[in-house]
Design a protein around this ligand. Structure first.
Ligand SMILES: Cc1cc2nc3c(=O)[nH]c(=O)nc-3n(C[C@H](O)[C@H](O)[C@H](O)COP(=O)(O)OP(=O)(O)OC[C@H]3O[C@@H](n4cnc5c(N)ncnc54)[C@H](O)[C@@H]3O)c2cc1C
Length: 519
């Protein structure tokens, strides 16, 4: 039935923007509500005193996801974004003073490893081969599809796919990332580097399923990219596309409640200023758990969602934004300054819920690629340290000064940045509480829900709500998970599911682009 109402999207993060663009490209009328004055959510920007910092994501992988989203509207990505490929992908600094560059080329990497850890190259090649298999399996069963649990993988269509049994065996269910990595590469320093792909999803390598080892191949295969203008350029490009497609983008418009009818079907939203807006369907790009707890309180649907599983937040983090008067030649664009002991580090963050005593610092030095981020000769240094999600008693206004010292000492000791503090001309920071409040996430989690559980840790809440008709979930805390490409893919899947449901009559047909809507 034609409803003559638009589709509403709650939240203008990457997932929300992707959903908006895809639905509009398919001819639907869309209105997007974002509580903040900017679009892009965590992909925000900080500009001050001649420095420009990406505040959240800095590492962009899997550009094919962006190509597909822009392709929905018949657009070429390069009309909107100037992407530069970065190689080496990361530089790793170890406590013993050694460094190791991760390069995308397998042959070059094998040669480097032969010098760095004799014997590790052959294991690395085998690891990458396995990683490719896992990446292929993810493409085949998990990606671009509304999957909410292991059972969704085994619907009748999947049972007919050739090679299912072999794929299941290759998944190595029950095995952790840490165990899988060490099965191929026992060298402790190389293993520490490979473990770090799980930090893209804010989870412990000991607790995460080995299928996540597929991330290594996704990164080496498609590369790491820097959008000129910073990763901020990604939401800017998406918002431009959505605007061109006629999406009504309403910033500074928080949503207080998703409205449901007596059969608990999503029928609209109520803004924080009390306006009620009738909608054909709703996509929530707000954190999936907070959507149910705060926007759908006291509904039977929210209770069912809560009962389905335990929702453990991924890790949080502290970011220091340091405007420097100099650059550090030893750094490349992306750097990991590794902890002295990954077991101690991950145990503290993921098991004990306390900041690691000697943390890994991710350091982004973008001036090497785009000098305009800082005054001449300077650097807009970004330092991210993962911390536990917010626990009772955590108060980062008290904890930050001491932890800042730990971070600066670590960079001096392990990355040779001993004069760092004297070179600071501008300083700002982001704490777990800031992350929680700015982006309305669960307990300050950077990457949505943790991927813990070696059997089902990879599964996130499905994109088509299992509990409420007319509600769809997009973003890092919904399927397929966190990180820029996955949040974008999540937005596409939610939009595609909604579009399919409108065609098959499962929900009322939304208004078409350009059509007047019923109030
Ligand atoms: C410090 C940091 C570093 C990161 N580094 C990387 C990286 O290098 N590479 C990478 O790939 N990923 C990284 N990530 C993760 C990545 O940023 C996220 O996975 C991704 O941006 C999440 O997108 P999302 O669609 O879930 O939306 P979010 O960014 O979570 O945005 C959701 C939006 O919804 C809005 N909203 C919520 N509730 C309401 C409401 N009730 N009404 C209206 N609006 C609402 C919020 O204001 C927000 O704008 C990082 C994140 C952080 C914070």
């Amino acid at each position: 039935m034609q409803s003559n109402k638009p589709i509403g999207i709650v939240g203008g993060g990457l997932g929300g923007l992707a959903s908006a663009a895809v639905l509009a490209a398919r001819g639907h009328k869309v209105v997007l509500f974002e509580k903040s004055p900017w679009l892009g959510g965590k992909a925000a920007v900080l500009e001050a005193d001649g420095y420009r910092f990406d505040m959240g994501p800095t590492i962009l992988t899997l550009p094919s996801v962006l190509h597909k989203i822009f392709g929905e509207a018949g657009k070429k990505l390069d009309q909107y974004l100037d992407l530069v490929r970065l190689d080496p992908q990361w530089r790793c600094f170890y406590e013993d003073g050694t460094t190791l560059d991760l390069s995308e080329n397998e042959g070059a990497m094998a040669q480097t490893l032969d010098r760095f850890a004799p014997g590790a190259a052959a294991g690395y090649r085998k690891f990458l081969k396995h990683s490719q298999r896992l990446s292929d399996i993810s493409q085949k069963y998990f990606f671009w599809r509304d999957i909410g649990s292991i059972w969704d993988m085994f619907n009748s269509r999947e049972m007919l796919k050739p090679g299912l049994l072999g794929d299941l065996l290759a998944l190595g269910m029950g095995r952790s990332v840490a165990s899988c990595v060490r099965g191929y590469v026992p060298d402790t320093k190389v293993a520490q580097m490979l473990d770090h792909f799980t930090q893209y999803v804010g989870s412990s390598p000991d607790l995460s399923p080995s299928v996540l080892c597929g991330i290594a191949h996704m990164q080496t295969g498609e590369g790491i990219w820097y959008p000129m203008g910073g990763t901020r350029a990604v939401p800017v490009a998406l918002a431009k596309l959505a605007g061109q497609l006629g999406v009504d983008l309403r910033t500074s418009t928080g949503i207080r409640r998703i409205l449901t009818d007596t059969s608990e079907k999503a029928i609209g939203v109520e803004t924080e200023s009390g306006e009620k807006i009738a909608l054909a369907a709703v996509i929530s790009n707000s954190d999936s758990v907070r959507t149910h707890r705060e926007l759908l309180p006291h509904t039977r649907a929210a209770k069912r969602f809560e009962k389905r599983r335990k929702y453990e937040p991924a890790c949080s983090g502290v970011v220091l934004y340091l405007g420097l008067e100099r650059r550090y030649e030893q750094l490349t664009h992306h750097n990991f300054v590794f902890s002295r002991d990954p077991d101690e580090e991950f145990h503290a963050i993921y098991n004990e819920g306390t900041p690691a005593p000697d943390p890994t610092c991710y350091v982004c030095a973008p001036a090497i690629t785009e000098a305009a981020v800082a005054p001449p000769g300077g650097e807009a240094l970004y330092i991210l340290v993962h911390t536990p999600y917010l626990r009772e008693g955590h108060d980062w206004s008290q904890m930050l000064p001491e932890y800042r010292r730990v971070i600066l000492d670590k960079l001096a000791r392990t990355a040779g940045m001993s004069d760092l503090e004297d070179r600071i001309r501008f300083e700002s920071f982001l704490t777990p509480e800031d992350i929680q409040n700015r982006y309305r996430v669960l307990k300050g989690a950077i990457y949505g829900l943790a991927s813990h559980g070696t059997f089902n840790g990879a599964f996130k809440p499905g994109n088509r709500s299992r509990d409420i008709s007319g509600l769809y979930l997009s973003g890092g805390s919904a399927n397929p998970g966190p990180g820029m490409p996955m949040a974008l893919m999540s937005g596409w899947i939610a939009a595609d599911a909604l579009d399919q449901d409108s065609k098959s009559g499962k929900i009322d047909e939304p208004a078409r682009r350009g059509e007047a809507v019923c109030a």
